[in-house]
Design a protein around this ligand. Structure first.
Ligand SMILES: Nc1ncnc2c1ncn2[C@@H]1O[C@H](COP(=O)(O)OP(=O)(O)OP(=O)(O)O)[C@@H](O)[C@H]1O
Length: 229
C-alpha cells in the first residue's frame, strides 16, 4: 500500500534574475515499510525534496499526500502536530537543543506532544547507538558523530511511521555507519516504518530497497532491489 504519494512537486527559488529549480516536477509513490535512498550531486535538490515531504517547505505546485492526508493543505499547527506524531526527521545539521542534555533532547518530541516517553525503548535505542553513557552530556561536549547518533535516536524514539533522514551517517566512520544502518533497518522492519534517506555514500544507499537519483530537481534514475507490496 502507498503511504506517500507525490504528484508533480515543484519548488523554485528566485534570486534576482536567477531561478533555481530546486525540485522540478517530481512524481513518486512510496510503499508502506519501503526504504528509499535519495542520491544525487550537491545542489541537486535532495534536502529541498525532504523539506517538502515533511511540510517544512511549501511547494509552488503539486502535492504530497501522506496516509491519505494532503500536507500542503494543512494549517501550520496541524502540520506541526502531524510531524511530531508521524514523522521522525534526522536533519543534516542535527538541530539539537543546546540547553538540553542528550537524554532530554531525545525525549523532547514526547514532551512537545504532552506524552509520557517510553523510557525502556529510549534506553534500547541509546544502547543500540552506543550513546547511553552520554545520556547526561550537553550537545556541545559531543563529537559530530555522537551528535548525529543523538539526532537519529530522537527521530526514532517516537516510533514514527515515516523517517526522513538527511545524510544520517555523514559524520560517522564506515564501520559505525554500517552498524547504524543495520539498526535503522531492524527497527524499521519491527515497527513497519517507511524510510526516505538522503545520502552521498553509495555503500550506504545499498541498504535501501530502492535508490532514486535526483539531478537538477528531477528524478533521472530508479533502481529497485526489493519490491514492497
Ligand atoms: N532557501 C533557499 N533560497 C535560495 N536557493 C535555495 C534555497 N534552498 C536551496 N536553494 C538552492 O536549491 C538548490 C537545491 O538545494 P538543496 O539543498 O536541496 O540541494 P542538495 O541536493 O540537498 O545539496 P547538498 O547535497 O549539498 O546538501 C541549490 O542550488 C540551492 O542553492
Amino acid at each position: 500500500m502507498d503511504i506517500i504519494k507525490i504528484k508533480d512537486l515543484k519548488k523554485y527559488y528566485i534570486n534576482g534574475d536567477i531561478t533555481v529549480k530546486a525540485v522540478d516536477g517530481i512524481d513518486l509513490s512510496i510503499k508502506e515499510n519501503e526504504f528509499i535512498a535519495i542520491v544525487g550531486k550537491s545542489g541537486s535538490g535532495k534536502t529541498t525534496f525532504l523539506n517538502l515531504l515533511s511540510g517544512i517547505e511549501k511547494p509552488d505546485t503539486g502535492s504530497v499526500i501522506i496516509s491519505g492526508k494532503n500536507i500542503s493543505s494543512m494549517s501550520m499547527d496541524e502540520k506541526a502536530i502531524f510531524r511530531r506524531r508521524e514523522i521522525g526527521i534526522v536533519f543534516q545539521s542535527y538541530n539539537l537543543v543546546s540547553t538540553l542534555s542528550v537524554k532530554d533532547n531525545i525525549i523532547l518530541p514526547f514532551y512537545l506532544d504532552k506524552r509520557k516517553p517510553d523510557m525502556n525503548f529510549v534506553s534500547e535505542i541509546m544502547r543500540f547507538l552506543s550513546i547511553e553513557e552520554k545520556a547526561d552530556f550537553m550537545p556541545h561536549s559531543l563529537s559530530g558523530g555522537e551528535k548525529q547518533r543523538v539526532a537519529i535516536a530522537r527521530a526514532m524514539a517516537i516510533k514514527p511511521s515515516i523517517i526522513l533522514a538527511d545524510e544520517p551517517t555523514g559524520n560517522l566512520d564506515s564501520s559505525m555507519s554500517k552498524d547504524v544502518m543495520n539498526m535503522i533497518k531492524i527497527m524499521s522492519e519491527k515497527y513497519s516504518q517507511t524510510i526516505i534517506m538522503v545520502t552521498h555514500d553509495e555503500s550506504i544507499a545499498q541498504f535501501a530497497d530502492r535508490i532514486i537519483k535526483i539531478k537538477d530537481g528531477k528524478i533521472v534514475r530508479e533502481e529497485t532491489f526489493k519490491s514492497k507490496i
